[in-house]
Design a protein around this ligand. Structure first.
Ligand code: CMP
Length: 490
């Protein structure tokens, strides 16, 4: 037997029994009741009438459920009809049956009942305002469907979190969430009606999350970002974080505690609550920070009994300290820095000033302290120039001519007013003698620039060579020859 027929069999049977007795068996029953059972059983017609109405409502409710909710609704929306709607339609049908019983079986005027029920409804409505609001919000939620059972949601009102967790159940009055702490949180539907509901499981079952980590100003941002990226990468490699979209770190803000870094990653609520993923991310981050020798910042107030440390370094007095911020010279000893600083010349340039001209002879290199510079080379097929690079504070330039004796390979112009230290060949030579790694570092940067500009100043043949390592080796060799050093090419 088909399931629909099976579902309809009982209500249809009961309904038919009552209707046929009501229609045809009335006289027989009257006789039966007066003769066999006496006058006390005269209520039988009422019993039959009530039975007929209720069985009709029963059947009608089944028909509506089967043909409207389980068929048409599913076909139109592609989803199961909400239980709440089915219960509402059932209640309406039985209410109509109750009116039918009062009006027809008991032959009472409905106007009075409706008026009385209206007045009563008003009283009940006032008394149960909140509950009624909950029910109507529940209906709205069921129709709108901002979430489904099993979805992970966050409920907020004007930024205030009312609750978050996995939707376990939604009924007439409230919606139940399983919170991160493992508790059941019951939120009245009327509250949900006025809140912002963020469904973290849709349209994709994962959502982006972030944690903030604050580091001291003294930590270079590139270093911090490198450590954070490595921590996030390791969490991905360990299968603890989703690889796509890739987690990333960025600078979020600067305040009195330090620089705030935002670590963004995707968390999948199906794999656990957000707190669990946050824990994993922070665990990896703390490990990487600790091993890199970095400590998260904390609110602090410096109290110095010694003279206050300089907050703004002076170009002349603090030149050795400024050199510590240039990666090329970071490894120098205090004495070496003092020696180099004493021989440097401070120079100021205005925006647009020419600092180096392509093709000129050059016997010095520069360190950019403040400003930003643009590097250009003549275009191959025209009289114009093309921009090939930029020099940022803390970087050096003009190294190629200084170290190889060849003409300047590019034109360098101040894009904004700039402050630079100039270092001559004689001043750098002792350093190259005592610190082979400096020549290596310079030759690597020079090689990168040379490859970028595709304009090698050393040998024409090298213009074909795009491999930075090989070019760096050649430059190092050039430096060695030019300075008469005994350096080993890398
Ligand atoms: P030098 O050849 O002495 O003079 C011009 C300088 O421009 C050169 O040294 C490099 O320091 C610099 N330079 C050349 N190409 C680039 C580049 N692509 N990016 C940044 N700086 C560059």
């Amino acid at each position: 037997m088909a399931p629909i027929t099976r579902k309809l069999l009982l209500p249809a049977f009961i309904f038919l029994v009552f209707v046929s007795i009501f229609a045809f068996g009335d006289t027989a029953l009257r006789e039966f009741s007066s003769n066999a059972l006496g006058r006390t059983f005269e209520f039988f017609p009422y019993f039959l009438g009530i039975g007929a109405w209720l069985s009709a409502a029963f059947l009608c409710n089944r028909l509506v459920n089967i043909f409207v909710w389980e068929t048409v609704f599913v076909r139109l929306t592609g989803a199961q009809a909400p239980r709440l709607l089915m219960q509402l339609s059932g209640a309406t049908i039985f209410f109509v049956a109750a009116l039918g019983i009062v009006g027809i079986v008991f032959n009472r005027s409905l106007t009075g009942i409706l008026t009385a029920s209206g007045a009563m409804g008003l009283v009940i409505g006032l008394a149960l305002q909140t509950m009624i609001r909950d029910v109507f919000s529940g209906v709205a939620l069921n129709i709108e469907r901002p979430f489904q059972i099993g979805d992970y949601v966050s409920i907020t009102e004007r930024g205030l979190v009312h609750g978050s967790g996995r939707v376990e159940e939604g009924n007439w009055r409230s919606t139940r969430l399983l919170t991160v702490e493992g508790n059941i949180q019951t939120i009245p539907n009327s509250v949900l009606g006025t809140c912002v509901i963020t469904n973290l499981s849709r349209p994709v079952p994962s959502s982006e999350s972030e944690v903030l980590v604050v580091l001291d100003f003294s930590v270079e941002s590139s270093r911090a970002l490198r450590v954070f990226d490595a921590a996030l990468k390791e969490a991905v490699l360990a299968g603890k974080l989703a690889a796509e979209p890739a987690p990333r770190s960025l600078i979020s803000a600067i305040d009195e505690t330090g620089v705030k870094y935002k670590l963004k990653y995707v968390f999948d609520p199906r794999r656990g609550p957000p707190g669990k993923t946050r824990h994993v991310v922070l665990e990896y981050v703390l490990h990487h920070l600790q091993k890199a020798g970095l400590t998260p910042a904390y609110p602090k107030r410096d109290t110095f009994t010694a003279p206050m440390p300089e907050r703004a370094l002076d170009y002349y007095r603090h030149a050795p300290q400024l050199l510590t911020r240039v990666s090329l010279f970071r490894g120098l000893t205090q004495a070496e820095r003092d020696e180099l600083a004493s021989t440097m010349t401070l120079r100021h340039f205005g925006a647009g000033d020419l600092i180096i001209r392509h093709g000129d002879a050059g016997a010095s290199m520069f360190i950019l302290v403040e400003g930003v510079l643009e590097v250009m080379v003549p275009a191959k097929d025209s009289d114009t120039t093309v921009k090939v690079g930029r020099v940022r504070p803390g970087e050096f330039f003009g190294e190629m001519s200084l170290l190889t004796g060849l003409p300047r390979s590019a034109t360098v112009i101040a894009a904004a007013s700039a402050v630079v230290f100039e270092i001559s060949k004689d001043n750098i030579k002792p350093l190259l003698d005592s610190r082979p790694e400096i020549a290596e570092m310079i030759s690597t940067v020079a090689a990168e620039r040379q490859v970028a500009t595709a304009n090698p100043p050393i040998e024409e043949a090298a213009s074909q060579d795009r491999d930075v390592k090989t070019v760096a080796g050649r430059i190092l060799e050039g430096i060695r020859r030019f300075f008469g050093l005994t350096l080993q090419a890398t």
